[in-house]
Design a protein. Structure first.
Length: 186
């Protein structure tokens, strides 16, 4: 049986190995996509009650030092942005994330930072101007594991019913807007 610490080390190692990848000079990055639903699209629960999907059964600490309960997102459309402070793809996506969070106030945007120190995570948020987005410090990868993410930059789009789709970046502003529009059923 793998201990929690061993699992966290294994996950962190996997994330480090997959990292941002490398490209030859002049090679264009082609975004990888996984847009197939990864959880059931419908629930037997009445629409009036927001059941908490198992993916939201977590707690974490924000980069501002506040406790955050995933269950607080139940019944809402959510965009999870998984990033690392040293990731160039993540840095390039920050303006699109910032703009989408401002444009879609009915959607909860949650950055999930990992693979570095909290100081480096806070510096990334300050440098990219994404401080209006809630960012979780997930140095041990618990939220990454909970939502089945193994590389950055990855977005998980969760509908109010708990169903999810994933997209691996980098995502342009248009790509991100398209995913958010689908999340909202438009």
């Amino acid at each position: 049986m793998i201990t929690v610490r061993a699992a966290a080390v294994l996950i962190a190692g996997t994330l480090l190995v997959t990292a941002c990848g490398t490209m030859a000079p002049g090679e264009a990055a082609a975004p990888m996509r996984d847009d197939a639903p990864s959880t059931p699209a419908a629930s037997d629960a009445p629409a009036a009650t927001a059941a908490v999907p198992s993916a939201l059964d977590f707690s974490a600490t924000t980069l501002k030092g506040q406790r955050f309960d995933g269950a607080s997102l139940a019944g809402k459309p959510v965009v999870f942005w998984f990033w690392a402070p040293w990731c160039p793809k993540c840095r390039s996506e920050a303006p699109a994330v910032k703009a989408a969070a401002a444009d879609y106030d009915q959607v909860a945007f949650v950055g999930v930072a990992g693979l570095d120190t909290e100081a480096a995570m806070r510096e990334f948020v300050q440098r990219t101007g994404t401080g209006e987005v809630t960012h979780l410090a997930d140095a041990k990868g618990a939220v990454w594991t909970k939502l089945g993410v193994s590389e950055q930059s990855t977005f998980v789009f969760m509908k109010p019913d708990g169903s999810t789709t994933k997209a691996t970046g980098p995502l342009s502003q248009g790509d991100l807007d398209g995913h958010v529009q689908r999340l909202l059923g438009r």
